[in-house]
Ligand binder design. Structure first.
Ligand SMILES: [Zn+2]
Ligand SMILES: [Zn+2]
Length: 436
């Protein structure tokens, strides 16, 4: 034990003298996808452990490895890759050995156990990298493009890739049940345990593919194999993987309408198969539901939309607290996109300017100052409201318009005293405009 502590101190000294690795260096390293899936998993596991530290034995148990030696080897392999990437080799002369792990962690002996604790720069790098990988409804294309950029080999197929995933996302039958996500080996869209579409970067299953409901034979460079789990008796449908090993063949699929029709059918059927039935919480983590990405398919009138919303709110009020809790848990965090069709009136800008000037920063109903100053022009925030609504045939004139604070404006539309407010405002503008 004493011997160990001595070595540790020396190694730490050695690390801080010439081999210190910066957050940027770690990030560059992640950025190039130098780590394979299982190496990344190991790093993440230590990262997620309490105090960002763990023993090799504990990691072996979590990863289902036979013993801690295999973990040690893997950890060493990651550190070697870092060494090659940064040209920093932690060679310790006295023992004539490379102290690989010091490039990733410090070591600490607690009782009889030896703990790796990730270096703070590495922790920060993992944190930043994870954030940069997270997808939202606005950036999914960018995430794919970034992903492709890192892999280098794929750059020439960028547009084909985007078209492929765009089609998967927009043609999928149950966008509320499917999830899109990336990790450092795959870009995938899953329903339950099944891929609707996936790109796998390395390993035996390398390639790009999608689910279809029939066997497409005789297309050069494309293979079709049954989805194993759908061959089971419990599966009501038999589905296939359409698989392209060599990405240069991807273009053949993109405009093949029969394939995409078949994809659409398969994506509708997949939720009825045993493997496609449910997606566990764990599998949704870091992913985004397709209905938040897909271009909406139907257009709904604005009034219909609000009617529907009112109805569903009324329904939501009626169910028990317990049921509501379940509903809240099950609901996707990111809302589905819809197209809302609305008609409006082209309003006269001179009326707006004139009325705001008349109000001079003071709400014309409650006579209090505007609640805040606008970032756009530094003027007080008031809203111009039509006393007799334009939709009811009201005129767009300064006599029919008032400047209100947001509170009064809402009240003028939704308050219990709508009629009184209307009368009060009418008197006011008549007086005002007579006076001027
Ligand atoms: Zn007011
Ligand atoms: Zn209004």
């Amino acid at each position: 034990m004493c011997k160990y502590i001595n070595i540790k101190e020396t190694v730490e000294k050695f690390y801080s003298e010439g081999n210190k690795i910066t957050t940027t260096e770690y990030l560059d390293f992640f950025d190039l996808f130098e780590l394979n899936q299982s190496e990344w998993k190991l790093l993440k596991l230590i990262y997620e452990s309490p105090d960002n530290s763990s023993t090799a034995t504990a990691l072996a148990i979590k990863l289902d490895f036979k013993g801690h030696q295999a973990i040690n080897l893997k950890f060493k392999r990651i550190a070697e890759k870092i060494a090659n990437h940064t040209n920093k080799f932690p060679f310790y002369k006295k023992t004539n050995k490379y102290w690989w792990w010091t490039l990733l962690a410090t070591g600490e002996k607690k009782g009889e156990f030896f703990y790796w604790k990730l270096r703070p720069e590495l922790i920060e790098a993992i944190n930043i990298f994870e954030k940069s990988q997270s997808i939202n409804s606005a950036n999914w294309k960018k995430v794919i493009v970034e992903w492709i950029r890192r892999t280098k080999k794929l750059v020439q197929y960028k547009n084909e890739f985007l078209t492929f995933f765009d089609k998967i996302i927009n043609l999928a039958g149950h966008p509320d049940r499917a999830y899109f996500g990336t990790n450092n080996n795959t870009i995938s869209i899953v329903v339950g345990h099944l891929y609707l579409g996936v790109y796998i970067h390395s390993g035996d299953d390398k390639g790009i593919g999608m689910i279809v409901e029939k066997d497409f034979k005789n297309i050069k460079g494309i293979a079709c194999t049954p989805v194993k789990s759908t061959l089971a008796k419990t599966s009501p449908h038999k589905l296939y993987w359409l698989w392209i090993k060599d990405i240069s063949n991807l273009h053949q699929v993109l405009n093949h309408s029969e394939i995409w029709q078949s994809f659409r059918k398969a994506s509708n059927l997949v939720i009825e198969t045993p493997q496609g039935k449910t997606t566990r919480e764990r599998e949704k983590k870091g992913k985004i539901v397709l209905s938040a990405l897909a271009v909406p398919k139907k257009i709904i009138q604005e009034y219909e939309y609000f009617q529907e919303l009112e109805l569903s709110i009324a329904k939501a009020k009626k169910i028990s607290i317990e049921k509501r809790k379940i509903k809240l848990r099950e609901a996707p965090e990111i809302p589905e996109k819809i197209f809302i069709k609305t008609t409006g009136f082209k309003r006269n800008p001179y009326v707006i300017v004139e009325v705001l000037e008349r109000a001079n920063g003071i709400c014309e109903l409650c006579e209090k100052e505007a609640p805040f100053i606008k970032i756009t022009d530094g003027l007080p925030f008031l809203e111009v409201h039509h006393i007799e609504p334009l939709a009811n045939g009201g005129k767009d004139t300064i006599e029919n318009a008032v400047a209100l604070c947001p509170n009064c404006h809402r009240e003028a539309h939704h308050g219990i005293n709508i009629e009184e407010i209307k009368k009060k405002l009418l008197c006011l503008t008549v007086e005002q405009n007579l006076g001027s």
